[in-house]
Design a protein around this ligand. Structure first.
Ligand code: NAD
Ligand code: LMR
Length: 443
């Protein structure tokens, strides 16, 4: 029997991640056949630049796939099986503010962690819920794979406000780190082993890594992390810039305080906040690095393809991020029961943690969605940190729902990156001014 052919919509079509994702989807047609591929964005100009290049790539590599792009929600969301959502609400201009405002007050300025992540969360909740509603209206049987950040706050919002929706919130960081772990012990990639992991998004730990014969690989990986964090002798994968190398090195210290487990790199912003602030270039942050790097590169490559009318020599390549999303789409479409780390409501999977917390855990994915794997009880060190962080995230969503200044102040003050209620208030007042166009009015 011929395999089912899917119709995929990429929402946030103008994203810097779109070309790599399109390339990956075309390389995976034997696993995940496509009949249609559409892009949707609310920025017509930005999307057009990316879409015109994608059109050429698709014409050359898979002319049978029907391709279109639009800013009209009805056209975009009609006749779709899978939505891949990658919005950046406020784009890089606001990411820059998320990073620079906290730094001005001596606090970690980061895309998804600390006050910057909370600010980005309040911008993203409404537009992501809008996407879910479009999907439910025009293609109610579709699945949305959402990796728009900040994934933790977005996931809490969709859990709370659209509890029955077919949305799966995901993050590529565990996958990228697992690929590094595999390479540093001489394996090909993450598919050579199976892992156990628990935590919140951008806030978790690996507890077990075994190969397919059941051999424990943790000691070997741990030896490497003790020496050089997650850095490789020749850095491969998506995270090669100096700011990322510093983050990869920091895993060495994060591992010292919890030698039994292996850390997610984002824990650096919470557990090493002081040294992060001390070493950061506060005038030229990660947003600047991307504006001058990835964003420029992707858009100039798109323009070059369109001008030349061919993509035969393109530098666009698939990456770990794109392969993870494609694997997830395959698992849902063909019921592969693949084990994947996803963001899920806890519901007892971590026995001694809040039932209604959005946690990150290995899950088994099939055509009806996913089921988290039970992790039992977690130790007090991780549990304490997670309780503080989940409270900060839940308060941020309360603040958005209620338009509450007080709840948002509490959310910032609760965050481990923020030293006092006075600093929390100063940062909040600056963030309110920067986010006027996107946040609900706070009273
Ligand atoms: P980008 O700014 O290049 O692209 C985002 C696109 O979203 C833009 O074209 C923008 O116009 C569009 N957009 C913004 N608001 C919209 C709305 N309301 N409706 C429709 N479109 C809208 O950003 P990027 O760097 O490519 O990142 C895209 C997203 O993917 C970000 O949220 C980023 O954090 C996330 N991301 C997630 C992971 C992960 O694994 N979780 C990894 C990488 C990137
Ligand atoms: C991005 O790629 O923009 C982020 O999600 C992660 C990073 O590289 O800072």
């Amino acid at each position: 029997m011929p395999k089912k052919e899917s119709s995929i919509l990429i929402a946030g079509g103008g994203s810097t991640y779109t070309p790599a994702l399109v390339v990956m989807l075309l390389e995976s047609l034997d696993k995940l056949p496509l009949r249609k591929l559409k892009l949707y964005d609310n920025d017509e100009e930005r999307q057009k630049t990316v879409a015109e290049a994608c059109k050429i790539i698709i014409d050359e590599r898979a002319p049978g796939v029907e391709f279109s792009y639009t800013t009209d929600p009805e056209e975009a969301f009609t006749d779709v099986d899978i939505v891949m959502a990658q919005l950046r609400v406020g784009k890089y201009a606001l990411r820059e503010q998320d990073e620079k405002i906290p730094f001005k007050h001596g606090v970690v300025g980061q895309e998804t962690c600390g006050p910057g992540g909370i600010a980005y969360g309040l911008r993203s909740l409404g537009p992501i819920i809008e996407l879910v509603d479009y999907m439910e209206k025009y293609s109610p049987d579709a699945w949305m794979l959402n990796y728009s950040n900040p994934a933790a706050i977005v996931a809490e919002g969709t859990r709370r406000f659209r509890p029955n929706s077919r949305i799966i919130n995901i993050c590529d960081m565990p996958v990228c780190l697992e690929d590094i772990m595999a390479r540093v012990i001489g394996l090909k990639d993450r598919k050579d082993f199976e892992t156990s992991y628990f935590g919140l998004n951008h806030f978790g730990w690996w507890t077990k890594i075994v190969d397919h014969e059941g051999m424990d690989l943790m000691p070997k990986i741990s030896d490497h992390v003790k020496r050089q964090g997650y850095t490789e002798n020749t850095q491969k994968g998506q995270h090669k810039e100096e700011s990322w190398l510093e983050t990869m090195r920091a895993a060495k210290e994060l591992h010292e305080i919890e030698p039994e487990f292996l850390p997610n790199t984002y824990l650096k912003y919470y557990l090493m906040a002081d040294s992060t602030v001390e070493h950061a270039n506060k005038e030229y942050t990660r947003a600047d690095e991307i504006i001058d790097g990835r964003e420029k590169d992707v858009f100039s490559e798109c323009r070059r393809i369109t001008e030349n009318g061919t993509a035969k020599d393109t530098s666009f390549k698939s990456n770990e991020h794109a392969s993870f999303i494609t694997d997830l789409a395959c698992a849902l479409t063909f019921n592969t029961k693949e084990r994947m780390i996803l963001i899920t409501e806890n519901r007892g999977a971590i026995a001694n943690f809040a039932y209604d917390a959005m946690v990150e855990l290995p899950c088994i994915v099939g055509k009806d969605g996913y089921e988290p794997i039970s992790m039992g009880d977690i130790p007090i060190f991780e549990k304490g940190l997670m309780e503080q962080q989940i409270a900060s995230e839940k308060l941020a969503v309360d603040a958005w729902e209620q338009g509450s200044y007080l709840k948002l102040w509490q959310s910032l003050a609760m965050n481990k990156t923020v030293p006092s209620i006075a600093v929390a208030k100063d940062i909040l007042d600056d963030l309110i001014l920067a986010n006027k166009e996107f946040w609900p009015e706070l009273k």
